[in-house]
Ligand binder design. Structure first.
Ligand SMILES: Nc1ncnc2c1ncn2[C@@H]1O[C@H](COP(=O)(O)OP(=O)(O)O)[C@@H](O)[C@H]1O
Ligand SMILES: [Mg+2]
Length: 244
């Protein structure tokens, strides 16, 4: 683009519009990098404030962690992001869409919040197959690879009712990631895992990050989070008390 003359008002106007366009494009690029944005979130249960003006930004392709002791508000925050809990104040935007306005619940995300309800008298693999079929999808070979990725034996006939807490947690992670969603929200995914399991899940999450997934993860165990995350928010008593 060539601008030959600044000499008349018409060209000045043109230049002004040109600059505005550049600024707008820049803003759009910046906006598109942000996947999850929580702005001044306030949630009260009766007179108790459990989220107190919380601000969080998770950029595309990042692993963001929320740490904080039990009761600090991590799960309520995640439920708000998923649309399961309605805020009293503030906004949550996911991929440019405002929760409660542009969408009722977050659909395009892999989510673990609290323990998923698996069929106890079926194997882990069967559970995944059933869940996968909800969207009319069948691909045993792929699901077997998902099971293997989280360290479960896809050929085991062991029923989920007989699984250890750690195995159920692995299956939950498989369930949250099998749909190949771009956003993955994991509330305390390391619960019940031994050191080796934690290590395996960490590696799996880093592999997902390499594929460009955006991952939000909460834990009361700081160590799980520090090694994994690009950004860590610490919550206490419903507030974000540090960000690094
Ligand atoms: N449905 C609810 N009704 C009333 N209080 C709740 C509800 N859910 C969570 N809380 C309260 O909100 C606070 C934060 O809980 P939570 O988000 O589960 O903490 P964390 O996940 O960090 O352990 C706690 O004091 C908890 O008792
Ligand atoms: Mg919790």
């Amino acid at each position: 683009m060539r601008i030959k003359s600044y000499g008349n008002f018409g060209n000045m106007n043109y230049l002004y519009k040109f600059k505005q366009n550049i600024l707008r494009n820049k803003m759009e690029v910046e906006m598109s990098q942000v996947t999850i944005k929580v702005d001044n979130a306030v949630k009260k249960f009766d007179k108790y404030t459990v989220l107190d003006h919380v601000n969080i930004t998770c950029n595309k392709g990042e692993i963001c962690g929320i740490v904080g002791r039990n009761g600090s508000g991590k799960t309520v925050l995640f439920k708000s992001i998923c649309g399961f809990v309605k805020l009293n104040e503030g906004t949550i935007t996911v991929n440019g869409k405002v929760m409660g306005k542009d969408m009722k619940v977050l659909k395009k995300a892999g989510i673990i919040i609290e323990e998923p309800g698996f069929l106890r008298n079926k194997s882990g693999m069967k559970n995944l197959e059933y869940l996968y079929m909800i969207n009319n999808k069948r691909d045993k070979k792929y699901l077997r690879s998902v099971m293997e990725n989280v360290g479960l034996d896809p050929y085991s006939r062991k029923k989920v009712g007989k699984y250890s807490l750690g195995m159920r947690q692995r299956l939950a992670i498989a369930q949250a990631t099998m749909e190949d969603q771009d956003i993955i929200i994991l509330d305390e995914p390391m619960n019940g895992l031994d050191n080796h399991g934690v290590q395996e899940v960490r590696e799996y999450l880093l592999q997902l990050k390499k594929q460009g997934k955006t991952i939000l993860i909460a834990s009361h165990n700081r160590e799980d989070i520090d090694v994994l995350c690009d950004k860590v928010y610490e919550m206490d008593n419903g507030r974000v008390i540090s960000e690094k």
